[in-house]
Design a protein around this ligand. Structure first.
Ligand SMILES: NC(=O)c1ccc[n+]([C@@H]2O[C@H](COP(=O)([O-])OP(=O)(O)OC[C@H]3O[C@@H](n4cnc5c(N)ncnc54)[C@H](O)[C@@H]3O)[C@@H](O)[C@H]2O)c1
Length: 340
């Protein structure tokens, strides 16, 4: 029997992190559930164990170097050497620039950016030694700029540069590094934003859904899907996913797109950037299975994953003509990649 692979998800006691843990466990990974308070991870761990999986809750402050070193060492000793890392832990301290305090700025940069750096540095040792690894950083569509979020936007944009750089450095060791940039997702984080600005959370969701092509808001499971499908190999019984090679990508995932929109976007990418349609379709089939006839892919968010196809490859990330920025029309932000 092949050894069970071990994944780490930070900020995994709830929200997007918890959904990603459950998804990884369902895909056959043993999962370390890291969060500030180990006790808060109990529910996520119990859910995994109830479905027959292995999980370990570990307390960590991702912004603190000794805490990170201790947590990653504990995972390696008690669960197994980690080969997948999802840098998801996050906080918001929103304020307009003139009201933003030093603490607002420092704490957000510390958790998102320094935290991802410390975690990645600690975990890559095991990945490089194993000659296989996957790092996925959770960025945000706010990386492109968002009123009241100078700190958060700077951190999330920084994460995208961090992602590309790690992709270049770690690619030769079989480690891919990518980012997923969600838009509005229903979690405690967005609920707290609604409370802070005095907007009813249900009304906030309704407003977001009204602007979405399929009239529903994103859920944590949608982001978990965007993390897992394109960027992390599936279990041994899903070999098609084993050879995931794209690296240095940022995949926007802010809302499900109706099939006709997906189809139009695919054609747009094909015509404007001259990626052959059959090439996109082949990659599509390799990663998610063949789309049902007449529908490109019914799963929410997966369309955007597919549009990240033309990224650097793990084997030769530097042999490219330079970065290409592609903007998807509409409010879904952008996918940035390098063209092979
Ligand atoms: N919810 C959204 O709309 C949305 C959109 C784009 C990006 N994101 C990003 O997704 C990630 C998860 O967001 P969420 O909505 O699930 O948030 P959440 O607030 O529900 O969960 C974040 C988790 O991170 C943990 N955490 C905070 N600081 C930590 C630290 N120093 N060390 C370890 N753990 C820490 C928290 O305890 C919490 O459990 C964040 O990086 C966030 O910026 C969220």
């Amino acid at each position: 029997m092949t050894q069970q692979r071990v994944a780490i998800v930070t900020g995994a006691a709830r929200g997007i992190g918890a959904a990603t843990v459950k998804r990884l466990a369902a895909d056959g990974y043993a999962v370390a559930v890291l969060d500030l308070d180990a006790d808060a991870t109990a529910e996520t761990v119990a859910t995994v164990e109830k479905s027959g999986g292995r999980a370990l809750g570990v307390g960590v402050d991702v912004a603190d170097s000794p805490s990170v070193e201790a947590a990653v060492a504990r995972v390696a000793a008690d669960l197994g050497e980690p080969v997948v890392l999802v840098n998801n832990a996050g906080i918001v301290r929103d304020n307009l620039l003139f009201k933003m305090t030093d603490e607002d700025w420092d704490s957000v940069l510390a958790v998102h950016l320094r935290g991802s750096f410390l975690m990645s540095r600690a975990a890559q040792r095991y990945m490089s030694a194993a000659k296989w690894g996957r790092i996925v950083n959770i960025s945000s569509t706010s990386a492109l700029g968002n009123r009241g979020q100078a700190n958060y936007a700077a951190a999330k944009a920084g994460l995208q540069g961090f992602t590309k750089t790690l992709a270049i450095e770690l690619g030769p060791f079989g480690v891919t590094v990518n980012a997923v940039a969600p838009g509005f997702i229903v979690t405690d984080m967005t609920a707290s934003v609604a409370a802070r600005v005095g907007v009813d959370f249900e009304a906030m969701q309704a407003a977001d859904a009204a602007n979405n092509p399929v009239r529903r808001v994103g859920q944590p499971e949608d982001v978990a899907h965007a993390v897992l499908r394109p960027f992390v190999a599936g279990p041994a019984d899903r070999p098609g996913n084993e050879d995931v090679r794209q690296t240095g990508c940022t995949c926007s995932a802010c809302g499900p797109l109706a099939p006709w929109v997906i189809s139009k976007l695919t054609r747009w990418f094909s015509s404007r950037l001259r990626y052959p349609l059959d090439w996109i379709a082949e990659w599509w089939t390799n990663t998610s299975g063949p789309p049902p006839s007449g529908v490109m892919n019914p799963k929410p968010f997966s369309a955007l994953n597919h549009l990240t196809v033309p990224c650097t490859t793990a084997s030769s990330p530097w042999k490219h003509t330079g970065p290409t920025t592609m903007s998807i029309p509409g409010r879904c932000g952008s996918i940035q990649d390098r063209r092979p």
